[in-house]
Ligand binder design. Structure first.
Ligand code: SF4
Length: 526
């Protein structure tokens, strides 16, 4: 029996799940032994990730997305229909062992919701008729072909396009010296696209200067922010750009090993990426795909490192920062998919070309994932500095109460502020999710949905986040009374979450709620 490294634990557990349907106790024990960890450690890891099952499930596991965009699209009605037809609620399995119904935080199909996965197949734009036909086919033992209509053909741009369409990358990367790459990225003013907007060249220089013979490049492709699906577009349509960017980063900092940490649900993207691995001439990088297993918090870079190392995805305390001490204690670059995709275009066309679009502080363009109450959802590329209103109009939004910019961890923008420009230093776009909220929507209902998401995705390491998200959700849902009044109780809980939580998940969880309480207090009375 071959022995494995601890870092292989998650991969090994996923493999068992794939072949056996769930993680039988004897299989977990065997994997634990092979990876040189205790059985309790392996259980600790297995129980952390929502795509790993420690109990048997139905032959067909129907995972209905209930994140914010699918919620606006009618996911509750799909769940009620499943309940009526199958006689089970979310989390339950039919007596004959055919069906399990579950809710899932986000499937990355926000522009084509409501969406559901059956085992590993994605179904989008569900309505009563389509879902009934799907259940009928499953009852007959037939799993219809996935119809993941993710509308990539409707991806479009406002103004200068950089990433939409057919950005051609010469498969042979130019043979540039590290300093030439670093200077080009610096002159272009490229900033990280994962939400934090950290200057890319500064991060790369830190890593380049860090001592150590072994350095890593990691592409954060764990796109889990509700409302965000632009990385899925880039990975399926332009994986060559992403891998090319990683290769250039490797040359700039002297790395030879890379990981693409990919959401476990993005099976389509995995297929696309594999076509390019090893196919870029001059690529100095040995790239491995590390599949996630359903944990939003692993989008946080240090939680991602833990996951790659075969641990529960609990964020690390910083410093040290990854460019100095990242995966396996080695200097590591972690950038978002869109960040890497821009690099080959900067190198090929020059930093001046890149910076012609956008603003001085935010050069270039940004991909926005637009969903919610719009008639033309999808990916829209626009230069930084484009007013939010222009993006909303392009997506066919009318009569909105507000927009949620930046996804679940983003902020609520009222119509009077739709003229604000999307850029760092202006209206920060976060990772690029824009969710339109129609004028008749209940913001309390939306806030409950968001807090349910954070409660589910909290890693549980620190009490303010673990307990605070649950209490906020209970108060919003009317399950728990508060003496001080609804708004005051939510405000107080939110401040604790924002100020005392250990990582960005808890710190940003109440952001949209604060805005709703301030801008629409009448919806939170009583
Ligand atoms: Fe975990 Fe939440 Fe604490 Fe972050 S803030 S470490 S997600 S419990």
């Amino acid at each position: 029996m071959p022995t494995l490294q601890r870092a292989s634990l998650l991969t090994a557990l996923r493999a068992i799940q794939l072949t056996s349907g769930y993680l039988r106790p004897n299989a977990v024990a065997e994997v634990a032994e092979r990876c040189g960890v205790s059985e309790s450690y392996a259980y600790g890891v297995a129980s952390f990730y929502s795509l790993l099952d420690l109990e048997p499930k139905g032959r067909f596991v129907v995972r209905v997305c209930d994140s914010v965009s699918c919620h606006l699209g009618g996911s509750n009605a799909i769940l009620e229909q499943a309940n009526a037809v199958l006689g089970i609620r979310a989390g339950e399995t039919t007596a004959d062992g055919m069906f399990t119904i579950e809710t899932v935080s986000c499937l990355g199909a926000c522009g084509a919701g409501p969406a559901a996965m059956v085992n590993d197949r994605l179904y989008t734009r569900l309505d009563a008729g389509k879902f009934a036909a799907l259940l009928d086919a499953l009852k007959a033992g037939c799993v219809p072909s996935a119809d993941g209509e993710l509308s990539w053909e409707t991806a479009r741009s406002l103004g200068d396009a950089r990433l939409i369409g057919d950005p051609s990358l010469n498969a042979t990367l130019p043979d540039l010296a590290p300093e030439e790459i670093l200077s080009a990225v610096e002159m272009a003013g490229l900033r990280g696209r994962g939400g934090a907007a950290f200057p890319v060249s500064r991060k790369w220089r830190l890593c380049a200067e860090a001592p150590g013979d072994v350095k890593y490049i990691i592409c954060n492709a764990d796109e889990g922010e509700p409302g965000t699906f632009k990385d899925r577009y880039l990975l399926t349509e332009h994986a060559d750009l992403v891998i090319g960017g990683m290769a250039l980063a490797a040359r700039a900092v002297g790395a030879s090993k890379g990981y693409i940490y990919l959401r476990g649900e993005y099976t389509d993207a995995e297929d696309a990426i594999r076509q390019y691995l090893g196919g870029t001439d001059g690529c100095p990088l040995d790239i491995e795909i590390a599949l996630g297993a359903g944990a939003y918090v692993c989008g946080e870079e240090t939680a991602l490192l833990e996951s790659i190392e075969g641990r529960r995805g609990v964020p690390r305390l910083r410093p040290p920062y990854p460019p100095v001490s990242g995966v396996f204690g080695c200097p590591t670059i972690i950038n978002n998919v869109e960040t890497f995709a821009n690099v080959p275009l900067i190198i090929a066309n020059g930093p001046q070309w890149y910076a012609e679009a956008g603003t001085t502080e935010s050069p270039g363009t940004k991909l926005f994932s637009v969903s919610g109450d719009v008639t033309r959802p999808g990916i829209i590329e626009a230069p930084f500095g484009t007013p939010l209103l222009d993006v909303l109009k392009e997506a066919g939004a009318v009569e909105l109460k507000a927009a949620l910019v930046g996804g679940a961890s983003g902020r609520i923008v009222p119509p009077e502020d739709f003229g604000r420009r999307l850029c760092y230093g202006g209206l920060s776009p976060g990772a690029g999710a824009i969710i339109a909220i129609g004028k008749d929507r209940s913001l309390r209902d939306l806030a409950t949905n968001l807090m349910t998401f954070f409660e589910h995705e909290s890693c549980g390491e620190c009490a303010p986040c673990r307990i605070g998200t649950a209490r906020a959700r209970e108060i919003l849902a009317g399950e728990q009374a508060s003496k001080e009044g609804l708004s005051a109780a939510l405000q107080s809980l939110g401040e604790t979450l924002a100020n005392v939580s250990r990582c960005g998940l808890g710190q940003t969880a109440p952001g949209a709620l604060f805005d709703m309480l301030r801008l629409f207090p009448e919806e939170f009375e009583g």
